[in-house]
Write a protein that binds this ligand. Sequence first.
Ligand code: TYM
Length: 332
Amino acid sequence: MDEKKVMLSGIKPSGDLTLGSYLGAIRNWSARAEEFDCYYFMADLHAITVRQKPADLRRRTIEQLAQYIACGLDPEKNTLFIQSHVPAHAELGWVLNCYAMFGELSRMTQFKDKSAKNADNINGGLFTYPALMAADILLYQPDYVPVGEDQKQHVELTRDIANRFNHIYGDTFKIPEPYIPKVGARIMSLANPEAKMSKSEDDDPGRVTLMDPPEVIMRQFKRAVTDCDACVRYDPENKKGVSNLMTIYAAATGKTFPEIEREFDGQLYGAFKTAVGEAVVELLRPIQEETKRLLADKAYLESVCKNGAEKAGYIANKTLRKVYKRVGFVAR
Ligand code: TYM
């Protein structure tokens, strides 16, 4: 029998998961468990590149695990784990730092954005973060890395680092492909359709989190920034707000853009925004209920983390041993 292809991805528990995290990433992960060997993790090592309150980071990491499961990632079929529980990530991260070039790291859009936003804390980790992300990925030799549009550049850098390493030492890493959804790869803020919806409340008053109650979701959509031409038409260049709402509605209902245009033909934005809000409330309702149920069962979540870290660690250490040997470290 052919070996299953491998899929891997992660999310930083640096804020509560948003509709963007769901539509751009998690939704694209579930439903593939039969077809692929899947690894998904909570990227806590990445989260501390920006200051976090320790208690919040701990809470969000566990909540994120509950949300992964509630979004359909069955821990029996997917390996779910906390990044810091598998030390190989930090270990390979260091090695790959030595194969990531200053120039490449300086060109990362996310580094430029984040250092502009955190001018008082432009730390080394923020700069070298893509080398750690390359380690996260390459440890598992995945075929595909399902991410939203904003992470594509980091996956491309991962490919460059892997190719560089393979070129020097011979075939060590599989070269992974980014796997970007057709609809939902870039969900924009409801308050500012020029910027992507962000997990951090300080950055984005126009975000919708997966756990927001229905009244908050409806309020966010009713307030969503649109334009003054009162016509529901998909035009991401000139009608960014409306096009973003249409993308969310399409992702939530499975309708196409022409179908949505017909449905709201001649109607005002108020009716459209209400319909989008209601579709999102219904989309999130089962996820919220299941997340709450799982959060009440801490022992179960702990056992998932423990089993996940063991399984992930086994695979990750195989790659790490190979790398250590290739670069010339004496065997432990
Ligand atoms: P993070 O935590 O910023 O985002 C997690 C995932 O969600 C996607 N995403 C979005 N997609 C559409 N619209 C949005 N508004 C939106 N916001 C976020 C992101 O593209 C991403 O797929 N460095 C990564 C985490 C990471 C990782 C990895 C990912 C660490 N190691 C290895 C893949 C493989 C990050 O900060 O994602």
